[in-house]
Design a binder for this molecule. Structure first.
Ligand code: NDP
Length: 333
């Protein structure tokens, strides 16, 4: 076998009825799934969903062997699609890549051209993966809040799960846009980090992570980017200012929503659903353009925790336990 034809990938195999194990394997391009663009990956990252995909009994992965990794950025190596040619820099997020289609924990991937976005001017592939799916979701949340009328002079915007990936990017973008950002964290040691990103107030998680006996509390937040869900989201809904909107991005604290309809009926609160996976191409392009324009790169660089493919099994376990601060950037080469 020609050495240049092989590449490394972190392959998950079934090892029992419901157990899986990941190991580094040498693959050839013809083992990759069908697709019309082959990408030599520069960087991938570790998102919360990657943690779920790497677990045993993951409901997200149906077929093994599997290569996880829900996003990547790299260079087109071969293309049967007129929109892309060898040498083009591209980003992939979403489309169930890393779940039902092999993903980014690999040195190469083959995907559908419709799923790709050209790397925006001003970003490197490393910076694009520092943003990654978490960052795309964060910026989609900010865009959704703006479309529902949020302006910096309306008051404080709450970001939950602030020291995580979605929360870090949301904090940095909102701070840069001139918002007062109240950052919820369960890690007091992350306060300086969050302030450096743009937070103007730190809210201890314990103040807000259980439902209140009252359906509404004092009207405090003009908007919210919520990465946590569960009881925290229910609590936040009852603390929104009149007409304020909450962008529901994540479920790091749980998928239930033990709330009442009172905040919607009496304060006109809006709950906006954010999905980054199946966003149409124009919306993804807008998201990346806004990232390039509104996310200060020095702050992005401060979020980065560098890693290699060999680190991924440990990091995907850590992210499910809320132990990752900022964004992991995996150099696959
Ligand atoms: P991270 O693990 O990086 O961040 C999650 C953060 O939530 C943690 O850092 C922690 O922040 C906080 N947290 C963790 N556990 C709890 C808990 N039990 N109670 C309260 N807070 C908790 O994950 P990501 O930022 O990558 O993803 C966040 C969420 O967003 C996930 O649920 C993910 O699936 C979802 N997501 C959704 C997308 C979409 O398209 N809708 C796209 C990308 C992500 P701290 O330590 O500061 O308290």
């Amino acid at each position: 076998m020609n050495e240049a034809m092989t590449f490394n990938a972190l392959v998950i195999e079934k090892t029992g009825e419901s157990e899986v194990a990941a190991s580094m394997e040498s693959l050839t391009v013809d083992q990759l799934p069908a697709g019309n663009v082959t990408v030599a990956i520069d960087y991938t990252t570790v998102n919360f969903k990657d943690g779920l995909c790497m677990q045993s009994r993951s409901p997200l992965v149906r077929n093994y062997p599997h290569v996880a990794g829900i996003d990547f950025a790299g260079t087109v190596e071969a293309s049967d699609d007129s929109r892309y040619k060898p040498g083009d820099k591209v980003i992939l997020t979403g489309w169930n890549v890393g779940e039902s289609h092999w993903g980014g924990f690999s040195q190469k991937a083959r995907v559908d051209a419709d799923w790709l976005v050209p790397l925006p001017d001003g970003l490197t592939t490393r910076q694009a993966m520092a943003v990654g799916t978490a960052g795309v979701a964060a910026i989609l949340a900010v865009i959704a809040l703006e479309k529902h009328g949020l302006k910096p002079d309306h008051g404080e915007v709450l970001v939950t799960g602030a020291a995580g990936g979605v929360g870090s990017i949301a904090t940095a973008v909102l701070g840069n846009l001139g918002y007062q950002v109240a950052a919820v964290t369960g890690r007091p040691e992350a306060a300086d980090y969050l302030t450096s990103l743009g937070a103007t107030r730190i809210v201890p998680r314990s103040e807000i992570d259980t439902v209140s006996k009252r359906p509404m509390e004092s009207a405090t937040w003009a908007g919210c980017v919520d990465a946590v869900g569960g009881e925290m989201l229910a609590r936040v809904l009852g603390q929104m200012k009149y007409g304020g909107s909450v962008a529901a991005v994540g479920l790091a604290g749980g998928s239930s929503l033990p709330t009442t309809v009172i905040p919607f009926l009496l304060r006109g609160v809006n709950l906006l659903g954010i999905d980054s996976v199946l966003q149409p191409f124009p919306n993804r392009l807008e998201a990346w353009q806004r990232i390039a324009a509104d996310l200060p790169l020095a702050k992005l660089d401060a979020m980065i925790q560098p890693a290699t493919l060999a680190d991924v099994p440990r990091l995907t376990t850590d992210i499910l336990q809320g132990k990752i601060k900022g964004r992991v950037v995996v150099d696959v080469n």
